[in-house]
Ligand binder design. Structure first.
Ligand SMILES: C[S@@+](CC[C@H](N)C(=O)[O-])C[C@H]1O[C@@H](n2cnc3c(N)ncnc32)[C@H](O)[C@@H]1O
Length: 245
């Protein structure tokens, strides 16, 4: 991806990730765990989108760390991603967060995808290993409608620093992902949604915007297709509050 110059202890790792990323882009495919190959397109995030996601993660984490003057007290950055596929977006975010200077052992990236093995032959897991990121990235092979509420039950409410949603693209899947994301995300932090060119995705986002639950910015420059959501505190909503969307 290579859009930021890394000036911290992660330099070697970031250079390695950039090298692997370039190799993968030029090959256009990734090895599967049990032999054979998985093509990264059209499922994996395109190059421009990877660059953008990486830059957004970098900027957001710099903001977060800037608000934590004593990093020793809460050094970890917790990221949740819905839709791991072969790990291209994971790699982009990890690149951004490492580029911002967060130590690898302080990154907890949880990626959810029920088909990481059955559809993509664990190519994403191999990619994480190839980049030396396997200890920081946990892949949960479950439907996000099961995995996200389980995280809430485990006490993760309002604790996640950054969420990326690129999983099931039907309206109800995106709506559920956003609903759980609104509860998992730490106050004021960023939730990014891909593929806003899809009516199902747009409509789901519009509910939260129209009902005053999130501030939304769209990033469609240079072929981008991302929505950036910041959920807001809405403590005094009527029990039947609803604005059509
Ligand atoms: C567009 S791909 C994600 C691409 C990935 N973000 C990348 O850049 O490489 C969508 C992924 O969502 C996964 N998916 C589909 N339904 C899902 C669900 N209910 N929960 C989580 N992931 C789901 C699919 O298996 C697929 O890998």
């Amino acid at each position: 991806m290579g859009m930021q110059v890394c000036t911290n202890d992660n330099r070697e790792l970031v250079v390695h990730i950039d090298r692997v990323y370039q190799e993968v882009r030029s090959e256009g495919r990734l090895p599967k765990a049990n032999g054979g190959w998985s093509s990264i397109e059209p499922v994996g995030l395109a190059h421009d989108a990877c660059r953008k996601l990486s830059a957004l993660a970098h900027r957001e984490v710099e903001l977060i760390m800037g608000k934590r003057p004593d990093r020793r007290e809460s050094p970890s950055i917790r990221i949740v991603e819905v839709g791991f596929a072969m790990g291209m977006s994971t790699l982009a975010m990890m690149r951004g967060v490492l580029g911002a200077g967060v130590a690898l052992e302080h990154i907890e990236h949880t990626a959810i995808d029920p088909y990481a093995g059955s559809s993509w032959g664990y190519a994403g897991r191999l990619l994480m290993q190839r980049c030396g990121l396997q200890d920081a990235v946990t892949v949960i092979e479950e439907d996000s409608a099961v995995a996200l509420p389980a995280m809430l039950s485990d006490g993760a409410a309002q604790s996640i620093d950054l969420i990326f949603i690129d999983g099931g693209h039907r309206f109800e899947e995106v709506f559920l992902d956003l609903t759980f994301a609104s509860r998992l995300i730490a106050p004021g932090r960023l939730v990014i949604v891909d593929d806003i060119w899809m009516p199902s995705v747009c409509k789901a986002i519009r509910y939260f915007e129209r009902n005053g639950l999130a501030r939304v910015a769209l990033d469609t420059q240079a072929g981008g297709s991302l929505a950036l959501l910041r959920f807001v505190d809405a403590p005094s909503r009527d029990w039947d509050a609803f604005k059509d969307f």
